[in-house]
Design a protein around this ligand. Structure first.
Ligand code: NAD
Length: 357
């Protein structure tokens, strides 16, 4: 019985997670999965009830669950709080507690939405990329770091790009394992022509491929070239592996190919697994039945696939999304003339009908 901790959070996080839970129950029934869902306050809602963005109890529950399903956190009500008492600090604490070192960011261009991309339909249609980003190391965390005065006057500022063998090996294995579940192609991104640490990265990724994943086709791209190729030939990528900073940039570039924030799922995996839509709590549309629940539904599909090994159930959710889009139904964020505009709840009902069909 998979234990799922549900942290729907704030704003539209609550609305979209409700849709996901409904659909998970239905696919669960069809595929014999008996979920044990436990809901808890998180982010702003936890601040309101407990005075902290996440309690120790919730962190412990997250650790003992098979997966954490999140909505989104944040909102104007808590914006003026000091750093530790901001809703987003709860998210950082949760990622840290679960040692979530691998960030998975798929970018899929659905044929029905190809015109919403800023690139031409013929370039993006059929794009299906998974960016695997290292999330807890690299230059964002490396030491020494700081700004200091120089004896001769003026100042200097510095950060350190550092990766250990173990850090590169573990993220590479996550990416290779995912490639094995997909089209068996991995592109590792680095800057080995300039940085020693990136040559180190490249050598380790190559070694892991030779020793453990000979069935996966591996190529390496310098990050500047990768940024260009991603908009020139997005369809040719399958899994992209990158360190923290390059992955940060490349995953947003890949996301932009797809057109809308309301369509983007993500996962952060380590000792536990957190599944969350890429979007935030969208206070501008919260409580108005305007949110697109698809990012959350696709996030749930990722949870089924990557934490619960329920690939068929995951596929069912993904196919329901595709079918509803093909039939021309759109929430406001992805609406185009000639399509049928629906709210969050109705989108949920349409997806449900597809699964039950
Ligand atoms: P946002 O993602 O909440 O919204 C950006 C824009 O996209 C808004 O116009 C919003 O209406 C729209 N949008 C987002 N998701 C949508 C959806 N599913 N359907 C339809 N439209 C959607 O980003 P923001 O406005 O910069 O941030 C709002 C709050 O969310 C802030 O407090 C921020 O810190 C927080 N935030 C949280 C997370 C998270 O929980 N992981 C991520 C990003 C931002």
């Amino acid at each position: 019985m998979p234990k799922v901790l549900v942290l729907s959070g704030d704003g539209i996080g609550v609305e979209v997670t409700e849709v996901s839970l409904d659909l998970l129950e239905i696919v669960g029934e069809k595929h014999g999965i008996e979920f044990e869902f436990e809901k808890a306050h998180f982010g702003g809602s936890s601040l309101d009830v407990h005075g902290v963005p996440v309690t120790e109890e919730v962190l412990a529950k997250a650790k003992s669950s098979d997966a954490v399903l999140m909505g989104a956190v944040g909102g104007p009500k808590w914006e003026s709080h000091e750093h530790e008492l901001k809703p987003e600090s709860g998210l950082l604490a949760l990622r840290k507690e679960l040692d979530a070192f691998a960030n998975l960011r798929p970018a899929v261009v659905y044929p029905a939405l190809a015109d919403a991309s800023s690139l031409k339909r013929e370039v993006v249609e059929g794009t299906d990329i998974m960016v695997v980003r290292e999330l807890t190391g690299g230059i964002y965390f490396g030491k020494p770091r700081g700004i200091e005065d120089m004896p001769e006057g003026g100042q200097k500022a510095y950060n350190t790009l550092v990766y250990s063998t173990e850090e590169v090996e573990r993220i590479a294995r996550v990416a290779f394992d995912i490639a094995r579940k997909r089209k068996k192609r991995l592109t590792s991104i680095d800057k080995s022509n300039v940085l020693e640490v990136m040559q180190f990265w490249r050598d380790i990724v190559s070694r892991i491929q030779e020793a453990e994943y000979p069935d996966i086709e591996l190529d390496h791209l310098y990050v500047d070239n990768a940024a260009m190729q991603l908009i020139r030939r997005p369809k040719s990528f399958d899994v992209i592996l990158a360190g923290n900073m390059f992955g940060d940039i490349i995953s947003d570039e890949a996301a932009q190919l797809t057109g809308s924030l309301g369509m983007l799922p993500s996962a952060s995996i380590g000792k536990g697994a957190i599944y969350e839509p890429v979007h935030g709590s969208a206070p501008d549309i919260a409580g108005q039945d305007l949110a697109n629940p698809i990012a959350s539904v696709l996030t749930s599909a990722m949870m089924l696939k990557y934490s619960l090994n329920e690939d068929d159930a995951a596929k069912e959710l993904e196919q329901a999304v595709e079918a509803v889009l093909e039939k021309g139904y759109r929430t406001a964020d992805i609406y185009q003339e000639g399509t049928k505009k629906v709210g969050c709840e109705e989108m949920g009902s349409l997806l449900k009908a597809e699964i039950n069909a």
